[in-house]
Write a protein that binds this ligand. Structure first.
Ligand code: NZQ
Ligand code: ZN
Length: 384
């Protein structure tokens, strides 16, 4: 196992009716800005419940954070928060709203152009505290300190993190996910699945607990993901899905193990240039990347084949092929396509995607930092 420091200060309030408890988590007298996306939280009653729980606080509202949140929109919230001297943020929504709120939290006290936090990795020295009410299990943003922000003007989609940007608390009420359309449920399953493989399908370091937890998360997604889609009333499946997605990216399974993240980086270019949903990009890149990197990932792929897909017969190459085929079939079974051509994107798009990777410094990716632009090109080609 590798050395690690693990610290996760986010308090989780899990289960039905827990929104009512959030007032206790916010300092008395706080001036609270609710941040949210479109109308989903209004339509499913979450916003009304949040407002009721916040009775007694001074509350402001900022709506309109889009999926793949943009710096352009978020700066409007920063302006509002500065003007109204907001001292607590409450994100109500999915990963985009939470990520956007992390940027707002860092940008409010930031001197200079907040975009440099992403473009130049300018350090975050202060941040306004914030909490979350999660409505879409997928990103893990509700229990981690990272965020991915897009700048529309330049089509950049970049990630940043800071130890000041863990949510103070997150409310996870599975019932609040009942209104999700199948596409977003499926996206969430794929995202959590790929977060797990980014930290698991690398090379072995004898990290037994991390491996077993990762395999448990993958098996739960394979079991309860389809159940949630086929029976929206299955509350237990929803609850399992929600907690699985949080655990997939809260630092636990990534502690002390090598991490890849190339699938995500190749995927971010696809979102920035072609507007695909985050998880749609992952479903396309992962099977292609696993084929391309099967030698480097050989031992873990064999472990994955056996422990996740129960593949015990046949030669090693055959089992790896079958594990990759099952992964692709699983994504497809959720209704998430796995080829660029399914989105009308052809091989002619690849040079621009590669130029994006280069511009963003993504030229030495993977768990051994040996995945360069040539390899990225082969992965995109395989994904056609
Ligand atoms: O905008 P509203 O009206 O709220 O609708 C949203 C949005 O259209 C809707 N939705 C959310 N909860 C709902 C609901 N609709 C009905 N009922 C509900 N309960 O779902 C749509 C998508 O929401 P979004 O927040 O964009 O989805 P997701 O949670 O998948 O977040 C994706 C973003 O997170 C980033 C991605 O890059 C992408 O920008 N990621 C963040 C990570 C992190 N911070 O650790 C890691 C991830 O790898 C990922 O990169
Ligand atoms: Zn992701």
């Amino acid at each position: 196992m590798l050395n690690f420091t693990f610290h996760n200060p986010t308090r989780i309030l899990f289960g039905s009716g827990r929104i009512a408890d959030l007032a206790r988590e916010i300092p008395a007298g706080a001036r609270v800005l609710i941040t949210r996306g479109g109308s989903s939280v209004e339509r499913n009653g979450t916003l009304a419940e949040v407002r009721q729980a916040l009775a007694g606080f001074t509350v402001f509202d900022f709506a309109g954070i889009e999926p793949n949140p943009t710096c352009e929109t978020l700066l409007q919230a920063v302006e509002l928060a500065r003007r109204e001297r907001v001292d607590f943020l409450l994100a109500v929504g999915g990963g985009s709203v939470i990520d956007g709120t992390k940027f707002i939290a860092a940008a409010i006290p930031f001197e200079g152009d907040p975009w440099t936090i992403l473009s130049e990795r300018a350090p975050v020295r202060q941040a306004v505290p914030f909490g979350c009410v999660l409505t879409l299990p997928a990103t893990g943003s509700e229990m981690n300190n990272g965020a991915v922000i897009t700048r529309r003007a330049t089509q950049d989609k970049l990630a940043f993190s800071s130890r000041l940007l863990f949510p103070r608390f997150s409310v996870l009420d599975p019932a609040k996910t009942r209104s999700l359309p199948p596409r977003q449920v499926a996206n969430g399953i794929v995202d959590a699945f790929v977060h797990t493989t980014e930290q698991y399908l690398t090379y072995p370091v004898d990290a037994k607990v991390q491996d077993r937890i990762a395999e448990g998360l993958l098996l739960t997604l394979i079991e309860d993901g389809p159940k949630t889609l086929s029976d929206p009333e299955d509350h237990n499946a929803r609850a399992n899905l929600m907690w699985t997605a949080t655990l997939a990216l809260n630092g636990l399974i990534g502690a002390g193990v090598p991490q890849d993240w190339a699938t995500h980086m190749l995927g971010h270019e696809l979102t920035a240039l072609h507007g695909l949903d985050h998880a749609q990009t992952l479903a396309i890149v992962l099977p292609a990347l696993l084929q391309e990197r099967r030698t480097q990932k050989r031992e873990k792929l064999l472990q994955y084949a056996m422990r996740v897909w129960n593949l015990r017969d046949g030669g090693e190459e055959q089992r790896i092929d079958e594990a990759i085929a099952r992964t692709r079939a699983f994504f497809e079974s959720l209704g998430v396509p796995t080829r660029l051509s399914d989105h009308g994107i052809g091989a002619d798009a690849i040079p621009v995607l590669l130029a994006g990777l280069e511009r963003h410094g993504m030229t030495a990716l993977g768990e051994r930092r040996d995945l360069g632009l040539d390899c990225a090109r082969r992965i995109y080609e395989r994904a056609c």
